[in-house]
Design a protein around this ligand. Structure first.
Ligand SMILES: Cc1cc2nc3c(=O)[nH]c(=O)nc-3n(C[C@H](O)[C@H](O)[C@H](O)COP(=O)(O)OP(=O)(O)OC[C@H]3O[C@@H](n4cnc5c(N)ncnc54)[C@H](O)[C@@H]3O)c2cc1C
Length: 529
């Protein structure tokens, strides 16, 4: 087990995606994973009681139905499937009201119209534009390497493209104000804009169209989030490749300016004669390959890489009955909603939560989203049980230091549970079988890439988005070191479980090595009307 055509560092879903595509193109590939299990941020564990499955990181696979991996790699044959619940999302408020987002457009508009008829009409227009008409464009933007602005402007023209690009003038709050008028609806959308953990800075509003496009495409991986990496690993193995756990890469070997393999922490050398692809974070990849091999601006950017001002703290519960939300009296569909937001009643509260996170304080206003997966897929809990979670936004360093999460675990658990009880009536007594708190410090412990609890391997700020992720001098997954590629979430189009960075890297490597593809690439973005 020492000589391969290619080596991939990190068996998260992106590293496995790159490996799976290249295995299908005839490459003999090794994927090396430092942890005892594969999957990275697509993980499922039973940490409360046997049979109660907890997705510790990613839970909502957004827009996975349009992801090319599923069809190209026939993932259904390798054990991956998903559910797309008809009642997609809801936001519950303290006064017992709620807004519900359905897959059915008319039902959503009816729910929004209870607060604002104007916003319901705006939602309908945005839906036609971003969820339908421009959706293929948004998919091709996601699955193609980001382009320099001038090149992109050459490919996108016409009033709708202009409107799409105009979102770059906004921050996350102003982009929502631009579209919606009602305070509650603005509160829901401002919270929703943060679900991919974008920072509220000027320019960040550009993410609005892509996030909106997924508003009714939230899916639940059947059997657990880990079924995706497991399926991808099977594709790699079926193509003659190998996935190795407990294999921590310490160094990328570069000879004559070319990446030739990696050295493991236990001293072994694994050769990759044609390529080395790194699915771990960009700053660590530079360190492993030798920073001196990269131009000054790239090195400086790696040193200043912004991991983000906020992370997530997750309270997982093992329950008998699923959480019962008080807002069900206002709209019975609340009881069937998959992704549920609560904690914030107005824009000031949203702002206060993120200000506290930036100030490294446990937020006074806890807000975020969560789900009860077993209500949609019974395999998430044993018979007669339910597993539910809520993940409010929270800082990595809390009340003075990250270690406070360990020191005050019981207190933080209680505070989050008390807050959740304001919205749900049955989280106590016999119905509550157990709980588990997964903190931003735990996020970092479990995944070396998610430094400072970074949910997306690096914050979403304009300087780290598009062609700037990680740096314009490293476009299209390529690096200044020949044969070394980036294929993880700090490259391509960023984090989230969609396989985009892994897919983009596989295409770059296939181009550079002139491989015969077993798939048809997603066409480059184009819009001319
Ligand atoms: C609490 C939380 C909730 C989230 N919720 C969602 C969600 O609902 N939906 C969504 O789409 N996304 C969500 N995310 C983000 C999502 O988990 C990540 O974007 C995604 O997992 C990134 O995939 P990746 O393959 O790029 O990297 P990772 O999944 O991080 O994989 C990288 C792998 O590299 C391994 N590695 C690191 N260093 C080394 C080394 N030296 N040698 C070998 N291997 C190494 C790691 O152990 C890891 O397995 C969430 C994240 C968190 C933390």
């Amino acid at each position: 087990m020492t000589d391969f055509d290619g080596v991939v560092i990190g068996a998260g879903h992106n590293g496995l995606t790159t490996a799976a595509y290249l295995a299908r193109a005839g490459m003999k590939v090794a994927v090396l994973e430092r942890n005892a299990r594969i999957g990275g941020g697509s993980s499922t564990e039973e940490r409360i009681l046997p049979g109660f499955k907890l997705n510790l990181h990613a839970n909502f696979y957004m827009g996975i139905g349009l992801c090319p991996l599923l069809k190209d790699l026939e993932l259904h044959r390798f054990g991956f499937s998903y559910i797309e619940p008809p009642v997609q999302q809801a936001a519950a408020f303290r006064d017992g009201t709620c807004v519900v987002i359905h897959k059915d457009l008319d039902k959503t508009c009816a729910s929004l119209a209870r607060f604002s008829k104007q916003d319901a009409e705006t939602f309908r227009e945005l839906w036609h534009t971003y969820c339908e008409e421009m959706r293929p464009l948004l998919v091709s933007l996601l699955y193609n390497a980001p382009m320099p602005r001038e090149q992109l402007l050459d490919r996108l023209s016409g009033p709708k493209a202009k409107e799409l690009l105009s979102h770059a003038q906004h921050d996350l709050f102003s982009v929502v104000r631009k579209h919606f008028v009602d305070e509650r609806i603005r509160t829901l959308f401002t919270s929703y804009m943060h679900v991919i953990t974008t920072e509220n800075v000027p320019g960040a509003g550009i993410v609005f169209p892509a996030i909106f496009a997924n508003i009714a495409s939230f899916t639940l991986p059947v059997g657990g989030a880990h079924t995706l990496p497991l399926a991808l690993a099977r594709v790699v193995e079926a193509g003659g490749g190998t996935v190795v756990t407990n294999a921590e890469v310490k160094e990328i070997e570069v000879k004559g300016g070319r990446a030739t393999g990696v050295k493991l922490a236990d001293g072994r050398f694994i050769g990759g004669s044609k390529f080395v692809a790194s699915a771990i974070d960009f700053p660590m990849t530079l360190t492993m390959a030798g920073e001196e091999r990269f131009p000054d601006p790239v090195r400086e950017k790696a040193k200043a890489w912004h991991w983000g001002n906020h992370s997530l703290v997750t309270l997982h519960l093992a329950l008998k009955d699923a959480p019962r939300y008080r807002a069900e009296a206002f709209d019975p569909d609340m009881a069937r909603a998959y992704n549920i937001f609560f904690g914030m009643d107005n824009i000031d509260e949203v702002a206060s939560c993120f200000d506290d996170c930036a100030a490294k304080k446990f937020p006074k206003v806890l807000m975020g989203n969560g789900a009860c997966n077993s209500a949609f897929d019974p395999t998430y809990a044993p018979a007669g049980g339910n597993s539910a979670f809520w993940w409010p936004f929270a800082p990595y360093s809390v009340d003075g230091s990250p270690q406070e999460w360990d020191r005050n675990r019981a207190d933080y658990t209680q505070r989050i549970l008390d807050y959740w009880r304001v919205y749900a009536s049955n989280l106590e007594g016999d119905n509550l079988l157990g709980s588990y708190l997964f903190t931003p410090l735990d996020v970092e412990r479990l995944n070396a890439n998610m430094r400072q609890g970074a949910v997306r391997m690096g914050a979403y700020v304009p300087n780290q988005l598009g062609i700037n992720r990680p740096h314009p001098l490293m476009p299209g997954s390529r690096t200044p070191v020949e044969g070394l590629y980036l294929c993880g979430s700090s490259s391509g189009n960023g984090g989230g479980v969609n396989g985009a960075p892994g897919y983009i890297a596989a295409n770059a490597i296939a181009d550079d090595l002139r491989l015969k593809r077993a798939w048809t690439p997603v066409p480059p973005p184009e819009w001319r009307h």
